[in-house]
Write a protein that binds this ligand. Structure first.
Ligand code: A2P
Length: 301
């Protein structure tokens, strides 16, 4: 993949809708009560995109933070996701209404299927049909998927004739998803990184395997050279690859740090050095085999 030293602050989706390159992630199972402050702080610091999901159970807190910020709705880009126990056409439409209500919104910017369910792909397809209805009705400005592999994308597009605008996937220096990024790009799908700072490695690894991507000496060297932090090097590497990214933080200093990426550039060699940290090993669940029981929680309707 060719690299470039420029980094767009905004990406154009395949239906012409513009999406900020960087947004705030809000998955926080430990302290969801801090999300409204985090969202309001992020908006004050210049973020215009917030990512949540029904399964994070932070939609209410995101809605509160947006309200508190006083920002005009039209300036924001809000993403949420349909949980896989809500798949099926009618169930999806009801789940969408519930998400909007919790978010205190009357339309969404991007609605995603949270996972493919390979063991019951017809249900995944029915939900995708419902998302297309929501798009056609103008209730969401764009639709997409998360955690879809190349085979899932192929089946989805063949059956529906509708290409997702975005595929949000686990992506960080230890798992940089080069092949899937190329597939997404070939199909005109924007790749968006979840766990961009590699928190999934810290979350899911066995203690003996635990390695923190942010502690990599390569990133420390680059950080020193550019007068930035390892997190800023990682996020700059992503936006410079033309990706969208959604680092999660509830800490005001780190929220500000994570969007301060547009006053420096990595050289081609530096981009290649970060690329070379890839281990080829995902740390989150394998989308090829997920189903409701993969996850250790139940979603209330
Ligand atoms: P906190 O919310 O206390 O800032 P990811 O986006 O990869 O899932 O990573 C999120 C995790 O990384 C959270 O634990 C978050 O903690 C932490 N984090 C967010 N921004 C930074 C940063 N700039 N430097 C170090 N850790 C960060």
């Amino acid at each position: 993949m060719t690299t470039t030293t420029t980094a767009p602050t905004e990406l154009t989706l395949n239906n012409g809708v513009k999406m900020p390159a960087i947004g705030l992630g809000t998955m926080d199972r430990k302290s969801p009560e801090r999300i409204p402050d985090a969202v309001a702080t992020a908006i004050a610091k210049g973020y215009r995109m917030i990512d949540t999901a029904a399964s994070y159970r932070t939609e209410r807190q995101v809605g509160e933070g947006i309200d508190r910020s006083g920002i005009p709705r039209a300036e924001m880009f809000i993403i949420t996701k349909l949980w896989l126990t809500q798949y099926g056409y009618d169930h999806t439409l009801r789940a969408f209404d519930a998400s909007l209500r919790k978010l205190r919104l009357d339309y969404l910017d991007l609605y995603l299927l949270h996972w493919p369910v390979p063991s019951d792909f017809p249900a995944t397809l029915e939900s995708w049909r419902a998302l297309k209805t929501l798009l056609d009705e103008g209730r969401t400005r764009a639709i997409g998927v998360a955690n879809f592999g190349a085979n899932h994308l192929k089946t989805l597009i063949e059956h529906s004739g509708v290409t997702p605008a975005v595929n949000q996937i686990e992506l960080h220096p230890f798992f940089n998803q080069r092949a899937l990024r190329q597939t997404n790009a070939r199909l005109g799908i924007v790749t968006q990184s979840w766990s961009p700072l590699g928190n999934s490695v810290r979350m899911f690894s066995a203690p003996e395997e635990l390695k923190d991507p942010l502690a990599s000496p390569t990133l420390a060297d680059l950080a020193r050279k550019h007068g930035k932090t390892p997190a800023q090097i990682v996020l700059r590497w992503q936006v410079q690859h033309g990706l969208s990214t959604i680092p999660k933080s509830i800490n005001p200093e780190r929220i500000a740090e994570n969007i301060n990426l547009f006053d420096f550039a990595l050289t081609d060699d530096e981009m290649a050095a970060v690329d070379a940290l890839d281990t080829g090993k995902r740390s989150g669940p394998d989308p090829g085999v997920v189903h409701a029981h993969t996850f250790a929680f139940k979603l209330e309707d």
